[in-house]
Design a protein around this ligand. Sequence first.
Ligand code: SD4
Length: 332
Amino acid sequence: MKRRTFLKSTTQAGVAAGIGVFAIGCNETQKNDEKTKKPMVKPGEIAICTWGFSKANETAGLALQNGKNALDAVIDGVSVEEENLKNTTVGKGGAPDREGRVTLDACVMAPNGNAGAVVCVENITNVARLARKVMEETPHVMLAGEGAEQFAYTQGFKKENLMTEASQEAYQEWLKEKEYKPIINIENHDTIGMLTLDKNGDIAGACTTSGLAYKMMGRVGDSPIIGSGLYVDNEVGGAAGTGLGEEIMKKVGSFLIVELMRNGMSPQQACEAAVMRTVKTAKNLSDFQIAYIAINKAGETGSFSLQQGFAMMEYRNGTNTRKEAAFHLKTE
Ligand code: SD4
């Protein structure tokens, strides 16, 4: 992906386009339909995701159109990137930690408020699916490391070597310098966070990553942390984050966005407000990236990032569109 080549931010236009027929609340639509007896406008079949993951987002969008519910569709969508060997920040082919171990993090949230997560899992590609299993098949929300891996085998997941030839080569290259600090510039980010709104108006979300390349062994970022990398409240909406997980976690960014939407902000305003919380307290802003996407019950969407270069995919009315995000740091 060449995010450096992104066009100028166009978020305002994106937000305006995102409102469309969904600007009317579902109840309002229903009342109108009762009066006029017109066929009801479907409240959903919208998928959004972080970065330019066109195929993953389209997969989710088509799944919704084919009648799948929000949770099934979001898992189908993010699985595409987990299986994409070229994505070096998610699933198989993801960059290893400093010791050469590929460890994955993921979480899911269902419309009924349920949540599941796995952290620091080795040898399993579809960790978002595994997080769903934790949610549905155990009394717990999160399983870590070997426990999560062993649980995966009981659920029929197969053991896979997540290191590819390309990631092995890149790791060998990295070992030459062994830079202590993980690289945290924007080229390093490709985590997929996805939110789906189905035809019943239900919202689900998933977030999956291999985390920062060459991270410290045992390091876990925001992506699998409910409220940080992802949050869904089916009464309000959902949000997902990407970028330097440490900064997102300090603000519980996705939960913050959903709560701001609950209190009346649009998804766009809420994403901006969450980034600005980090701007207020974080140091060396130009050294890292954070970005958020959000959707509300009416199907309005928003996105915002700290630095230029972030985009989200949006599938709506059968069309998958890339939307460049507005950003805070303006550089000449
Ligand atoms: C993390 N937030 O582990 C993730 C990294 C990321 O695109 O988003 N990469 O901190």
